[in-house]
Design a protein around this ligand. Sequence first.
Ligand code: UDP
Length: 192
Amino acid sequence: YEKVAVLGVNFTKITNRELLEQLKTDSLNHSNRFVITANPEIVLYARDNPEYLAIIKSADYTTADGIGIIKGANILKTPLPERVTGFDTLCSLLEFADKEQKSVYFLGAKPETIKKTIAKVRHEYPALKIAGYHDGYFKDAQEVTAEIKVSNPDFVFVALGFPKQEFFIAQYRQLTASIWMGVGGSFDVLAG
Ligand code: UDP
């Protein structure tokens, strides 16, 4: 896919449908992938943080999660096709995981929230395999990362908020042949 630079971040020129098809293929091939649905806050933060920018650049797909980025790309005469949000992508992938009996690890949010999220997922996506889950307020990543590694899930969704979730994924993504994606506050939304 072509890349389009907006404020120093290289966005992937990709639609929701294309991303979904691509990630389905990647997951069936057991490819290791890092997806960032970058909102304007992420882009602005990356401008002042070279280390974070380098991590953004290391992602396989960086989508425009915000109308401001779409508008910016239009002004630069290098348009991006459409908004691709973290929450929509998460829901589409959960549907896929349910249909294909893929396994998912859920990391992040407060202890009571993640429990509600898992209950909701069990109810809404009964055939999806829950590889494991953990709240996002651990002191030592060792226990969590060991669990992710052993369960070797098809998808790892990390809801630690930015920039934490991207630093976490960049550090640990090589542990498994999974699709890794930061999903911000999505577990809170799912928990209802
Ligand atoms: N969070 C977490 N661990 C932390 C900090 C945040 O699990 O150390 C969770 C928090 O409970 C919430 C999510 O990360 O579920 C962050 O949501 P927010 O909407 O603030 O993130 P953004 O969408 O701005 O990245």
